[in-house]
Design a protein. Sequence first.
Length: 374
Amino acid sequence: MNIQKDSFKILVLPGDGIGPEVVQQVRRIIEWLEKKHRLSFHLTYDLVGAASLAEYGVPIRDEVIKKAWESDAVLFGSVGDPRWAHVGFDKRPEVAILKLRHELGLFANLRPAKIFDALTDASTLKPDVVRGLDIMIVRESVGGVYFGEPRGIEVLPDGSKRGVNTEIYTTAEIERVARVAFTLARKRFNRVCSVEKSNVMESGLLWKEVLTDLHRREFSDVVLSHMLADNCAMQLVRDPRQFDVLVTGNLFGDLLSDLASMLTGSLGLLPSATLGAMRPDGKCAALYEPIHGSAPDIAGRDIANPIGQILSFAMLLRYSLNRQEEALWIENAISHVLAKGLRTADIMSEGMICVGTEAMGDAILGQLDQLVKV
Ligand code: NAD
Ligand code: IPM
Ligand code: MN
């Protein structure tokens, strides 16, 4: 076997709640990869979210953004804490992830919803509806209503208030994320479904026009369809396997990906990669995080599912480090562990073995040892 040793700079931002618990399981896998002398990592840890607010009074420091720029990739846990839920928007833990996406220009958030065979019964949908499911949601992640101006809450003359947010998309913003979706589709099942509300929103109408135009100009070999977002939510539950790549704006992508996660069994299973534009050095800024949040309801109890976080690291290996083989090892190890019947509480079912976060990490590491004899 060809043993090659590279060193990769990874910024690790565990964040809040279950973030540190699930990131710890990735750390063990990184140590395992190093022990196998496959790869060498230079890991830098820092605080984000409520953890950073407590220490520095801000959800993320400029210094951390700078470190993110200088890294090969960022591994992010999750942010959010009910203790900071009532402060102004600039002081919320969630600013950390929004700022990272925005300042690093991470416009394409790839959220794959792929079911493990062993979990076909774990979905709340019938096994026949979800068996073999393999969807890629491409969510625009630095625009739309998340960042549009004007925004804010103003007090009206009668003392009542008005909350404002603005959905904005430009041709260029839509084109660049659509290009990612079409390019991914070519390597998958060659179908893209573009999702918007062109029946109600001008930004949705433009979204549809730009997709149609780009498709005609550059991607006519890919099959393009359009769907209104409300229908898409219904179709994802009715017959999710009709989809290959879904491309949509920031808010619809957020909602539809949480929905899609349950098709595979749990929110705790879905990873994501958020990619920016190609830099002159041929690399692109990239951040990897599970799609779930800090789950304060289960934090600190060693019951969170670490698989979404671990699969996010597998995506990091694949997309940022071009280490397909190691990414596959990890995905296969998870698949085997699930096939043996190990389950965290969120995917537990009758006759299976319920384990905690750390024990799931142990099992995946044990499986890696068995699968990879180097
Ligand atoms: P959440 O994703 O944290 O949790 C939703 C539900 O799913 C909870 O019942 C939780 O226990 C469960 N869950 C989530 N991840 C799980 C896992 N790995 N294993 C087992 N169960 C899991 O969403 P929420 O409760 O709406 O939000 C909590 C906080 O997280 C909020 O502050 C929110 O803003 C934040 N959030 C952050 C991110 C991020 O950092 N990228 C993403 C989503 C939500
Ligand atoms: C996600 C989260 C974030 C989002 C929040 C925490 C800002 O829900 O990554 O899915 O809405 O993008
Ligand atoms: Mn979300």
